[in-house]
Design a protein around this ligand. Structure first.
Ligand code: NAX
Ligand code: K
Length: 248
């Protein structure tokens, strides 16, 4: 395993979606760590995982398709797209909506990619391509509401039919991170990089079928934050030895 990724020897706490939303809120409102900072760490960890785990540390010339929704999950995937492009991958980004539908920070990432000349377009239609090496799932994260529909659902079906590794950000799109309930359709990932702390739903009994290998990436949550009132978690030091930890 690369120096960027280590196996976990600690029993880290598992949180639910509401706790993760509160972690994100505290990060921004109380600790003044901006969403753009967190997203950069999320996307960088995702790009490193793809490069190290699936391409032996070199993505030069690899065809990588990135599927992005309009929210924070898509924004993290757009950061990963930038990094992978910079490392020589042939990156193609498909989105669930036009540029004007993106929320502000993901929109910022979108515009950077456009300025760089990275191919980014609405996923209608989805590509008929045979030379894809990997797909990144940044379609929907913890704000999933019911069964994926519309372009998001079409993307999930398309990705699952590609027969190449799918690497999901935070969760396979279509999975409830608290309960582990499968919505329909759902991404069947080869690997999932969740963020900050593992979520309970990723450990439900059937979940491994859609999560693949489970990793957690460091987005720089302060130890002190976990002990804030309302969270009451023990401080955790799971990233002591590397930014990405493999949990199963
Ligand atoms: N601190 C944070 O808030 C961070 C969040 N990040 C990511 O952001 C995610 C949360 O971001 P958001 O709350 O913006 O939302 P998400 O990005 O999880 O989801 C919003 C998107 O999903 C779509 N969607 C939801 N349910 C749908 C359904 N049933 N069918 C079709 N489309 C559906 C919405 O239309 C929208 O495009 C996290 O899971 C995480 O991956 C990271 O980027 C970095 C930091
Ligand atoms: K996802």
């Amino acid at each position: 395993m690369s120096t960027y990724i280590k196996n976990s020897h600690t029993d880290s706490p598992k949180i639910n979606t509401a706790q993760m939303i509160e972690v994100d809120r505290l990060m921004m409102d109380e600790y003044h760590i901006g969403l753009i900072q967190m997203m950069e760490n999320a996307g960088r960890c995702l790009a490193i995982l793809v490069k190290e785990r699936f391409f032996d540390g070199d993505v030069e010339g690899k065809n990588i398709v990135i599927l992005a929704g309009t929210g924070g999950n898509g924004g993290g995937a757009l950061v990963a797209a930038r990094r992978l492009h910079n490392w020589g991958a042939k990156v193609q980004v498909y989105t669930t909506a036009e540029e004007e539908r993106f929320t502000p920070i993901p929109l910022h990432q979108y515009r950077i990619l456009k300025r760089m000349g990275v191919s980014i377009s609405l996923a209608e239609p989805l590509p008929e391509r045979e030379n894809i090496d990997a797909v990144l799932d940044g379609i929907i994260g913890y704000s999933l509401k019911g069964n994926p529909h519309g372009i998001a659902a079409a993307m999930i079906h398309w990705a699952n039919s590609q027969k190449v590794p799918i690497v999901a950000l935070d969760t396979p799109s279509g999975l409830d991170l608290t309960t582990g309930e499968f919505y329909e359709p759902i991404i069947k990932a080869s690997a999932t990089l969740t963020l900050a702390l593992p979520k309970k739903g990723l450990f439900a009994c059937e979940t491994k079928k859609v999560v693949g290998e489970l990793y957690v990436g460091d987005i720089s949550v302060p130890q002190e934050l976990y002990q804030e009132k309302g969270l009451g978690l023990k401080p955790t030091n799971i990233f002591r030895y590397s930014d990405i930890i493999r949990l199963y």
